[in-house]
Ligand binder design. Sequence first.
Ligand code: ADP
Length: 470
Amino acid sequence: EECLEEVELLEEELEEACGTPVSRLKQVVDAMAVEMHAGLASEGGSKLKMLLTFVDKLPIGSEKGIYYALDLGGTNFRVLRVQLGGRRSGIVRQDVERKPIPEHLMTSSSEDLFDFIATSLKEFFDQENDKDSDISPAPRRELGFTFSFPVKQTSVSSGILMKWTKGFSIQDMVGNDVCEFLHQAMSRQGLDMHIAALVNDTVGTLALGHYNDEDTVAAVIIGTGTNACYFERADAIIKSQGFPTSSGGMVVNMEWGNFWSSHLPRTSYDIELDAESPNPNDQGFEKMISGMYLGEIVRRVILRMSKESDVFGPISSNLCKAFILRTPLMSTMHEDESPELEVVARILDEVLGISDVPLKVRKLVVNICDVVTRRAARLAAAGIVGILKKIGRDGSGAVASSRAKGPSSSNRLRRTVVAVEGGLYSNYRMFREYLNDAVAEILGEELAPYVILKDRLSISWPLFLKLNIL
Ligand code: ADP
């Protein structure tokens, strides 16, 4: 009994420290908008890098032709071909090939990595062109390249690799133009393609969202990591003056995983996770939100409870292993609907080596998952509303526009779409529901119906790399 009390105290403490009442979320919204301003004002002005993408137009659905795309950003890479039929037909056809990157290539030389990529692309290109007599002889093809590592763009189709992440480490590439490596490898394969665009995965998602729905203003990815981008007015991008854009705006890659604010509800578990991570003081927002970390936060809570009580039995050695509780397992426990929480019992046993816990303790575990996910989803929601605030789509222009009584008052209630993608968002129902609810809660019932979060954008996004941005 006494032990259970001890644990209940820790549970309450966790709930309180992770609390996200709407008042607090609004502070996060404001902080996000302020940091966005600061990051746009000057290089290094904020933890938000607010990277220029040089993408100044987004596809609108009337594009026609065949486009190729290459997607490199994690453990898999993809080659795609899409045929767009124009306004009425949309996507006529698409082919995708997915390949795991052989692990040794992640830390080998740029030549090895890009030869592998170019060879795969060549095979894909030849296959498709042999099959379809109607499209051969093929004219020179346009290729879009999604490269999801931190890149400082120098134009829409060139950019310098700033650093590697996600287990990649090929030193001769850092500081060099990514497209140059691809171009040279394609030449070695005798592939004559034009690299039309180099973009980050969030930009690809925004482009696809906009292709499907022209009211799409921003894109958010919540998977292993998290990031967002949006379309910004050129005159608001103070640090880019001197790059006029034809459309009067540009997509800005926020790199929002690195956002930080004192208003974020932080716990001792977060502080320890960060301190023991390979990148302390970095990616603070991401560490509270994304799929890489949620299961790990839950593990840390259970470990602490296990140390301070005996409700989980003797401390299991598995429970001490960092990252052993992956987020998909956490969501499986969270969504266990069996009356006796048998799935929770099984995962505790098989993964964490904790057996024979009573129902009450299984319920406690479900609650820990709930608290951690709810906080994550609501913070991501606040981030999204922060973007809307920055671009005047959060309804806060209300006073000004009602005074003005001009066209801006209709602008206030304008349909606004945000594309949301990523494995955490699309596979974790509770996360998705909490996020959607929180966006509506922050916006209020008058405005909420005008803001639409769209997911499962129906096809893979990287196809849209090139479209209309030349
Ligand atoms: P990535 O972000 O690695 O490019 P994804 O967008 O597919 O790829 O996201 C994968 C991540 O999504 C996983 O690392 C995991 O954290 C999370 N995820 C996948 N499936 C689930 C699930 N069923 N429940 C919770 N999280 C999941």
